[in-house]
Design a protein around this ligand. Structure first.
Ligand SMILES: Nc1ncnc2c1ncn2[C@@H]1O[C@H](COP(=O)(O)OP(=O)(O)OP(=O)(O)O)[C@@H](O)[C@H]1O
Ligand SMILES: [Mg+2]
Length: 243
């Protein structure tokens, strides 16, 4: 694939629930190697957008086209998208509470038809990014703190060797110190070469690690630019950064 071709290309995506248009004709792209953030307030349509991409909304609710690696994926079911390299960490994380950290990671590798030795190597690789998980690898996931569960959910998704990692509000509900740490970890993941689409309400932190951003309001994308410029944009400062 050409480096300049977008890895993910969303065009004219709309999602309606009954008469309510949660997402209205949005278009955006993520190029390989980018960390793109989609920011916006409560109810802006961020989660709905991610669900439309991962095939977890009924097709009848959606219109528009979604291409991944130049292939139209908008009619594919979620499990076939994971095999193609699209992994999502949903809002609320969803780790397997009664399995150990290590077992959760092995579950994440399930979609790969791979040599167990490679899986082990990958677990070790991600343990360097998530040292807390290594220390607690035989502990039940349900006993971890919220921040640790978020890290486990990300590590588990990474075990599928995604070409694009979708993160839905990873900082939600975490203590400020943990929020900071989570953003550092996401930055590290991206520097390992993983392309990331990060949905966040935590606008300042998301823009501080992203390459580019899209601002979503009431189902529409109202602004897009490099993260650096968005951080200084008056509209962003006023609406999201309390200036
Ligand atoms: N299954 C559904 N049925 C009906 N309406 C829905 C459904 N899912 C979402 N909506 C509506 O669509 C709009 C967008 O919701 P969405 O969850 O995508 O927002 P969000 O940007 O992720 O917000 P938050 O930051 O609170 O997670 C909201 O008005 C919501 O009430
Ligand atoms: Mg949401």
């Amino acid at each position: 694939m050409n480096q300049r071709q977008p890895l993910l290309e969303v065009e004219g995506l709309s999602v309606a629930f009954g008469g309510i248009e949660a997402v209205r004709e949005i278009s955006f792209q993520v190029v390989q190697g980018e960390l793109v953030t989609l920011i916006g307030a409560n109810g802006a349509g961020k989660t709905t957008t991610l669900k439309a991409i991962t095939g977890t909304l009924p097709a009848s609710h959606r219109s528009g086209t979604i291409k991944f690696s130049e292939e139209r994926i908008d009619s594919y079911p979620a499990h076939s998208l994971l095999k193609r390299g699209l992994a999502m960490v949903p809002e609320g994380r969803g780790v397997f509470a009664r399995m150990s950290i290590r077992e959760n990671l092995l579950m994440g590798a399930y979609s790969r038809d791979d040599d167990p030795a490679n899986t082990e190597m990958d677990i070790e690789k991600w343990f360097t990014v998530f040292p807390r998980l290594k220390e607690r690898q035989s502990q039940m996931a349900g006993t971890l703190s919220g921040g640790e569960q978020q890290m486990l959910a990300m590590a588990r998704a990474l075990m599928s060797q995604p070409r694009l990692l979708l993160l839905d509000e990873p900082s939600m509900g975490l203590a400020p110190i943990m929020v900071e740490h989570i953003f550092e970890v996401i930055h590290k993941i991206a520097s390992q070469g993983v392309t990331v689409l990060l949905v966040e309400q935590n606008v300042k932190q998301a823009l501080s690690i992203a390459t580019r951003g899209y601002v979503m309001e009431s189902g529409a994308i109202v602004l897009t630019d490099t993260a650096e410029r968005l951080m200084r944009d008056e509209r962003v400062l006023e609406a999201y950064l309390g200036a």
